[in-house]
Design a protein around this ligand. Structure first.
Ligand SMILES: O=C(O)CCC(=O)C(=O)O
Ligand SMILES: [Fe+2]
Length: 344
């Protein structure tokens, strides 16, 4: 190995024990020879073993029926999640208030994010706090395999259907190589035609066949010509599921308004394609931390004063990049209503 190459690899090496998943962005994670010797397989196996241990530490604080549902399916559905008066106050606020919004366009779909206020007494701030209260926090931490802070934001999935430009999120996939949580609190009924979240029940479990499959995928991660695959979010087909030991079909999850759904998106999932112009509005959050560290909680993003403001900083830096001619995948679209189905 030449000196320069050795230096590059040394700088890239700490990623092995982090949550980084991108094969093409890191020469160690993407190294064919390391992966042939089992680097990716080791990371998957280790991260899942650590998550199992941390979940044991969190189990006592999670409702037994929800824990059972999670172990069986890989997701939990909680209906009537917000107290009715708060739900009504918040949805009324949303109908009138235009908010600062950023959109990421993928195919015929835009994912629009609108951060919620932290402490201005609005229904939005109250909802944000409610979704971080112990019963949501404990459940989300358990599903993620590691508890910690998260920042619920308004998320609209705006679709203007065009079969020639498919949304990559409608392809079955796993988000990353280790347990991780995403949640949605849906603010209106989501029928099948509105493009509900869909999950392969049981596919959050690391079967021996899945581990072998992970190893094979890592060997060809950067070679299959799919940028999402190369970025460490492996794509999957329905036909292959059974060979990995997953014997239940993809389950679309239509929901009633005010339903909280949290899933371990290591399990295979997708967004069902919407069949008409549509705006699917939810409060969305994710919890994804370093899977190799043994402890729960103790999350620096939760330091008071930092908490809740990081996202505004993140979007400000994206705007600054855009002004310098280097647009990020999320673009400012000014003030918008959450329920607006238009893109841009
Ligand atoms: O919006 C959805 O229903 C799922 C999209 C997805 O795959 C994700 O957010 O990881
Ligand atoms: Fe996903």
């Amino acid at each position: 190995m030449k000196a320069r190459e050795a230096l590059t690899m040394t700088i890239a090496a700490p990623a092995v024990l982090s949550r980084q998943k991108n094969f093409s962005a890191n020469p160690v994670l993407g190294s064919e020879s390391f992966n042939a010797r089992g680097l990716h397989r080791w990371r998957v196996d280790r991260a899942h073993a650590m998550s199992r241990r941390r979940r044991e530490g969190l189990a006592a604080n999670v409702d037994a029926a929800e824990r059972e549902a999670f172990e069986r399916d890989g997701y939990v559905v909680r209906e009537n999640a917000l107290p009715q008066p708060l739900f009504e106050a918040f949805t009324a606020e949303l109908k009138e208030q235009r908010r600062k919004a950023w959109e990421m366009v993928q195919g015929d779909t835009a994912t629009r994010l609108m951060p919620l206020p932290v402490s201005d007494g609005s229904a939005g701030a109250k909802v944000r706090a409610y979704l971080r209260s112990p019963s949501f926090r404990n459940l989300t931490g358990y599903v993620a395999g590691r508890s910690g802070g998260y920042n619920p934001v308004l998320q609209t999935v705006a679709v203007q259907p065009d079969p020639s430009r498919p949304d990559p999120q409608v392809t079955l996939h796993a988000d990353t190589f280790h347990p991780t949580a995403k949640f949605w609190l849906f603010l209106h009924d989501v029928g099948i035609e509105d493009g509900p979240f869909a999950f392969v029940p049981g596919s959050h479990r690391l079967t021996p066949q899945r581990l072998a499959w992970e190893h094979e995928q890592a060997l060809k991660a950067t070679g299959v010509g799919n940028e999402h695959h190369a970025a460490g979010s492996f794509r999957m087909t329905e036909e292959e599921l059974e060979a990995l030991g997953y014997d239940r079909p993809i389950q679309p999850l239509p929901v009633k308004a005010n339903t909280f759904l949290v899933a371990d998106t290591y399990g295979f999932h997708r967004r069902t394609p919407a069949l008409k112009p549509n705006a699917r509005v939810a409060i969305h959050g994710m919890l994804r931390r370093n899977p190799f560290l043994p402890w729960n909680g103790a999350d620096p993003s939760e330091i008071p004063g930092v908490d809740g403001r990081l996202i505004w900083l993140l979007f400000a830096s994206r705007d600054a990049k855009a002004r310098m001619g280097k647009p990020d995948k999320y673009r400012s679209v000014g003030l918008k209503l959450a329920g607006d189905p238009s893109i841009g």
